[in-house]
Design a protein. Sequence first.
Length: 233
Amino acid sequence: MWEKICEEALAAQELKDTSSGPARYDYQYGFDRWCEGWLRALMRLAPAEQHDHTSPVAARWARARDALARAIKRDFRDESWVTRLVDKLHDTGRGMVTGIAVSMAEPVVVAYDGREVIDLPWPAQYLLWAQYPGGVRQASHSRHRLTALPKLFTILDGLSTRSLRVIADTEWHDSPAVYQEAIDNVPKTAFSPEARCWWTTNAAGRLAHLLSMARADALSEQRQAQRAQTPWR
């Protein structure tokens, strides 16, 4: 997307100036540097800025735009369209980053086989299970889990081997008790050392069904509790 915008800007410039060969060369040479500088500026935030009255997020975006502007102006000097190009690239990059962040924050239901190794640092694993508790089944020395996590964790969990297997997308905000009930109803044979990982068999489909049943049971219990508190309804 960014590259397409740059090409359009340079194509428009060619119509005005037939000697745009060096400009095109500068663009091809500098494009990666522009993007890299923009991303580095976006990720970097000084301690003073963290405690500033302005939003730290706004400070990041402002710094990224300034870094992009400096990089492009070094390559194209005083071209009249540079400012428009900076704004277009910055807006596009901001939209891409925001879209990725939103999609990666979407919750998904994951099943974890305790015999596998999660490709995350140990502190991150402790934080993972503490921040997103779910159902746990102990089988011998392995702890199997069922819970909902932001999709980002499943992407960070290694590039070749996925230990956090996604079994369903979810819009539900389930309690750990719901996941516990679902995983408690998984047959014990699914956790035997001889059995294959339970998400690689039909168990994945059954887990989704058990999760749906657990949700229905939890909703029913909630309604019964409400009727007990307000019997006139």
